[in-house]
Design a protein. Structure first.
Length: 111
């Protein structure tokens, strides 16, 4: 009999990209929200929504952030994706994350 290993998610939620911008990037670049928004070509309200973790980093914003930071847009999209997937997975019932559980194949005597 082989027992299935239950689907597990990381214990800690990946950081929202806005948290990294707010806590590390903007202070390191010595930029205010207003200055950073101007450099990014977006409104201060748009940038503030990302910094407050109320809005996601879109592909367009990721390209802009990559140019501002010099690291490319992929890292910002990867951070957003990891954050979104973790949050979505946390809201799904356990049986949905483990298809074997739904079919009753997670234990028992097995036939």
């Amino acid at each position: 009999m082989t027992a299935s290993i239950p689907a597990r998610r990381p214990a800690l939620q990946p950081s929202h990209p806005g948290a990294l911008l707010r806590e590390d990037v903007l202070p390191a670049l010595e930029l205010t929200v207003t200055d950073a928004a101007a450099k990014l070509g977006v409104s201060r309200q748009t940038l503030h929504a990302i910094l407050a973790e109320r809005a996601a980093v879109t592909p367009e914003m990721a390209v802009r952030l990559g140019k501002l930071c010099g690291d490319g847009g992929r890292v910002w999209l990867a951070m957003q994706q990891a954050h979104d997937l973790w949050a979505r997975n946390a809201r799904w019932p356990m049986w949905w994350r483990n298809p074997d559980a739904e079919r009753g194949l997670t234990g028992g005597t097995g036939v």
